[in-house]
Design a protein around this ligand. Structure first.
Ligand SMILES: C[S@@+](CC[C@H](N)C(=O)[O-])C[C@H]1O[C@@H](n2cnc3c(N)ncnc32)[C@H](O)[C@@H]1O
Length: 280
């Protein structure tokens, strides 16, 4: 699994009651040294049996090249009335959502106050997550097979409700300098996220690779007239001296986060909040 190579106000938007929050990451890391750690973390979703019963065995490519011609055209937005029960609810978008468990967990536990959209470039993952969503009967979550780098603007600008939260969690690092252009977070995507976020809307970035986290941070820090870095999510969760959040504010870890912490890695996280529109 190893890679080769301020507002207190904001916390109301995404923080869960402390009872649902995991203990500090480090403590957890050593408590769950098991290959089944992901299944354990998401045990209440009980997703694996659902797919096994269908008799499908999933063979998923480890990586795809987002710069290949097959991913160069933006994906068309869905008919939002078809995919969400209430398409006017605030929307959370998870970019590069992987297996989708993280977002499904939120959709199931949200009490329908928000819609959830996962964007993922590996089609088979999306087929499986959408199968899970249908089996669970959830009407506040949808997964799309899309290259988020080129499709985000077209998809999200058509959503009828407010964009309240965007997460980019442990994106593929593409370590080699000549491959940095394959990273999902490119300047037009940062621009589109910043523009489409509603006032008070938030961005959460995280990576277990410091260089990748710093790259994303530099891009969002460049919008400091519009986006404010959230130094303190609440009294229990603030940043270290370097400006990285000391713990996970989301109530559950992503799959990559679980594996990285099992390996003893540090997760670098940062949150932003939109404080004004660009035109002001
Ligand atoms: C390392 S995984 C992390 C998945 C998940 N966020 C997590 O933390 O467990 C990165 C994911 O981003 C997806 N991805 C990479 N480039 C993408 C792009 N341009 N658009 C959408 N998804 C992308 C990959 O297919 C992969 O599933």
């Amino acid at each position: 699994m190893a890679w080769t190579a301020t507002a207190t106000l904001c916390c109301r938007l995404i923080r869960l009651p402390s009872a649902r929050r995991p203990p500090p990451s480090r403590a957890r890391c050593f408590a769950t040294q098991s290959p089944d750690a992901v299944d354990k973390e998401y045990a209440d979703l009980n997703l694996r049996p659902l797919y096994t019963n269908r008799g499908q065995h999933l063979r998923i490519r480890q990586h795809v090249n987002p710069l290949s011609s097959s991913f160069s055209e933006p994906t068309e937005p869905p008919d939002w009335k078809e995919v969400f029960e209430d398409p006017l609810l605030p929307l959370m978008v998870d970019i590069g959502c992987g297996s989708g468990r993280f977002l499904i967990w939120h959709a199931k536990n949200s009490g329908q106050r928000r819609n959830y959209l996962g964007l993922e470039i590996r089609e088979k993952l999306v087929e499986r997550t959408q199968f899970w969503v249908n089996e669970l009967g959830l009407r506040n979550i949808y997964f799309m097979f899309a290259n988020a780098t080129v499709s985000f603007e077209k998809i999200i600008s058509s959503y009828p409700g407010p964009l309240s939260l965007v997460s980019i969690l442990c994106p593929d690092p593409h370590f080699k300098k000549r491959h940095h252009k394959r990273r999902v977070l490119q300047p037009p995507l940062v621009d589109s996220i910043t523009k489409n976020l509603c006032l008070g809307g938030q961005v959460l970035i995280q990576s277990d690779v410091l260089e990748v986290a710093a790259d994303m941070r530099e891009r969002f820090d460049g919008y400091s007239d519009i986006l404010e870095h959230v130094d303190c999510v609440d009294k229990d969760l603030h940043c270290d001296n370097e400006g990285w959040l000391l713990d996970n504010p989301m109530g559950i870890r992503t799959e990559r986060e679980i594996h990285a912490e099992l390996e003893g890695a540090t997760i670098y996280r940062r949150m932003y909040q939109k404080i004004r529109d660009a035109s002001h």
